[in-house]
Design a protein around this ligand. Sequence first.
Ligand SMILES: Nc1ncnc2c1ncn2[C@@H]1O[C@H](COP(=O)(O)OP(=O)(O)OP(=O)(O)O)[C@@H](O)[C@H]1O
Ligand SMILES: [Mg+2]
Length: 361
Amino acid sequence: MTSLLELRDATKVYSGGLFKRRATVALENNYISVSGEHPTILAIAGESGSGKTTMGMLMLGFIEPSSGQVLYKGQDLWQLPKPVWKEFRREVQAIFQDPFEVYNPFYKVDHVLTVPIRKFRLANTREQEHDLIEQALTSVGLRPDETLGRYPHQLSGGQRQRITVARALLLDPKVIIADEPVSMIDASLRATVLKSLRSLRDDVGISILYITHDLATAYHISDEIVVLYQGGVAEAGSVEAVIQEPKHPYTQLLVASIPWPDPKRRWGQDAVLTQGDVFHLETQGCKFAPRCARAMDICRQSRPPLFQTEPSRAVTCYLYQDSPVLEPSEIGRVLGQNGRRAEQAQGATPAPGVPQVGLPG
Ligand SMILES: Nc1ncnc2c1ncn2[C@@H]1O[C@H](COP(=O)(O)OP(=O)(O)OP(=O)(O)O)[C@@H](O)[C@H]1O
Ligand SMILES: [Mg+2]
């Protein structure tokens, strides 16, 4: 079955700027696929600089891979005939970190919604256009009479964020790539926006690539997770398995740095995460070895492959070298099978130590 959107052996190298002698490998030989048939929320997590945004931008066709491919319905994104490119532009939508950036302060918010309607000829009359806008706003919990006719600065951050979701919905997309969609808004609104992402999966059948450095929200809304470290996959699999019982020493550090609800336990007591050195292509061995407390000789000598430790998990770490090796292109074996988390979650207990972000519903 062809996936809707796929990275196939994709590498992105940014050339060094004026003051940087070496190029940055932001993403290295990545394989990720998003199915159009089984709506899933796939979290892409990792600390700052791990390549998350680069992955999203590649999948949106905003930047070209340095090598490898981005495929839309099996076709190379960069070779698409114009009509298919237009279909791609409609089916794959983005929601960004700071929605304020995408607004022109001199246009009322109506403009944000009418542009795609006209560009994609979604309505034949002004009336139809107005109806579509009202429906889209209502579907994200905004009242059209309180929203339309206003300028971006007259709305709250959460309202602006929901307008970008409404805008994406107008186009009836199959996939939404959401890069840190809630990092700019406060905790109470965060829950509302996250809930609307979840209902996009459940009620509208949209797959979401949820890009975040925040494992707690990833845990709450995602089905599956890929943890990136310096442009490579450290660990991938069902979000339950990876966050409840992280196997890669890097994922263990990340999970340990989630703020704990236990007042006796101070945040960051276990591990202090610091930004790793920027990785360069010539580096040998495991990229995480210089920071890893459990590094062995082999870790400094050769790059670990993906080891499939369980049916729905793979870890790029020699600690698990007794498990079968999974080719990078086979990563879909541990992803694509985690189903809708809602189905599994019946009666599941929350992970110890994973804080509740207060998601309603
Ligand atoms: N346009 C660019 N030119 C040069 N280097 C870049 C560019 N964009 C990103 N990088 C570098 O590529 C690496 C990955 O960046 P990316 O933005 O994908 O990380 P990220 O995981 O999204 O981080 P954050 O959590 O801070 O958003 C970083 O080292 C970054 O400095
Ligand atoms: Mg980013």
